[in-house]
Ligand binder design. Structure first.
Ligand code: SAM
Length: 385
């Protein structure tokens, strides 16, 4: 078996093989090579007489590995010729979209993940910190272009420049591709949400958790409080599936504005009453809404993970003394984050004269940092004094 390598001026490297061996070649690439990315799927395969030309990546290490692994089993040539990008090619990963666009060692440093919210993508480059500033901005642009290639809906890419912070839970974002327009429509679990990624909190990473909540068993006309509702993804998904009444609170005027729009955008079985307030006000003796809701609520959702435990007094103030459910989200340190979360909750409740009657469910929702996880506990609580 033999192969030949011709160096030419053309832009693409091809593996030229007889048509009747093509199938065997693709099988061998699959079974013998640990990395199938030798084939440059962005470019068109060329058929020429009895030959077929597979475009391959211009990467010496990968090509040598290919020759080593299958050079003895098939006759083929590595040639250079004019290649054509396939306009219908669907990029499946950033790595694939970045072949030939970035040096190999830089591809190892590209973001491992990014969020897509409607027509907006948000990413961060924590592993680019060691690179020079001028190179970094070129590489970031390439990564942003690759995100757009992989996600045809995306029109704008933002770089996350800060952690989520402040009472509205916002992050600083800098545009690195497209028009700086932070407003978008996002679809999730058959609902639609209008939101502004700069001025409201929203994460698509809770898609499964919100679905879980919305599919729980709710009593007809159940009275629910969503204490930290944001643009309404939890309230709206619950009210879409269930005939319940939800009071949805948020301190951020922008989140409240979108929450109202989102209530109107979605077809709901239940009713949502939105208020732009700090929930602390509910326990003030003069607060009419607080007086109206006091010890009447069946279920309270507390999705402000870094602080929700500090609002347990408000949940107790609202919950029916005979018993109600709390869904409490917390960031808790590893190891045993769930045990820690339940202990925190138990201590706070006991201080208020309440106790946990039943732990309905507890789980890690997602990792948050190297040291902590986002957890949720669904508990039935009851007044004991
Ligand atoms: C982590 S976000 C959760 C938003 C929403 N539940 C979701 O799943 O997207 C927390 C929200 O609580 C709001 N918030 C923070 N402190 C509050 C308070 N004291 N009263 C009412 N809302 C508050 C913030 O403005 C933010 O929108």
């Amino acid at each position: 078996m033999m192969y030949m390598s011709k160096i030419g001026k053309e832009d693409t490297q091809f593996l030229k093989i007889k048509k009747d061996s093509a199938e065997k070649l693709l099988k061998l690439i699959k079974t013998k090579l640990s990395d199938e990315s030798i084939v440059d799927k962005r470019k068109k395969v060329i058929h020429s007489g009895v030959y077929v030309l597979f475009p391959i990546v211009k990467n010496e290490k990968k090509v040598n590995n290919l020759i080593e692994c299958i050079g003895n089993e098939l006759n083929f040539e590595i040639i250079n010729a004019k290649g054509k990008i396939d306009p219908n090619h669907k990029y499946r990963s950033l790595e694939e979209a970045l072949v030939g666009e970035l040096p190999e060692d830089i591809i190892d440093l590209i973001p491992k993940s990014y969020d897509v919210i409607g027509k907006i993508a948000i990413t961060e480059f924590d592993r680019f910190n060691s690179l020079s500033v001028d190179k970094t901005s070129i590489y970031k642009k390439k990564v942003a272009e690759a995100i757009v290639k992989v996600n045809k809906m995306v029109e704008t890419v933002y770089e996350k420049k800060s952690e989520v912070k402040g009472k509205y839970r916002l992050k600083e974002l800098r545009p690195i591709f497209g028009v700086d327009n932070p407003e978008t429509f996002h679809k999730e679990n058959h609902c639609i949400f209008k939101l502004d990624v700069k001025n409201t909190y929203f994460t698509p990473r809770l898609v499964f958790e919100r679905n879980r909540l919305s599919l729980l068993k709710f009593a007809k006309n159940e009275l629910i409080v969503d204490m930290f509702a944001g643009v309404g993804p939890i309230s709206i998904q619950i009210a879409r599936n269930n005939d319940v009444k939800i009071y949805s609170f948020d301190i951020n005027p922008a989140a409240h504005k979108y929450l109202i729009e989102n209530v109107n955008l979605n077809k709901l079985k239940g009713q949502i009453l939105a208020y732009n307030i700090d929930v602390v006000n509910l326990i003030k003796s003069s607060n009419e809404l607080g007086i109206n809701l006091k010890n009447r609520v069946d279920r309270t959702i507390m999705n402000l993970p870094e602080q929700s435990i500090n609002y347990i007094d408000i949940a107790c103030f609202l919950t029916k003394k005979t018993g109600g459910i709390i869904h409490l989200y917390q960031f808790c340190e590893k190891p045993n984050p769930i045990e820690k979360g339940i202990k925190n909750l138990r201590n706070q409740l006991n201080r208020m004269g309440w106790h946990i009657e039943e732990i309905i469910n507890s789980k890690i929702v997602k990792p948050f940092s190297p040291k902590s996880d986002l957890i949720v506990v669904d508990v039935k609580i009851k007044y004991i004094m």
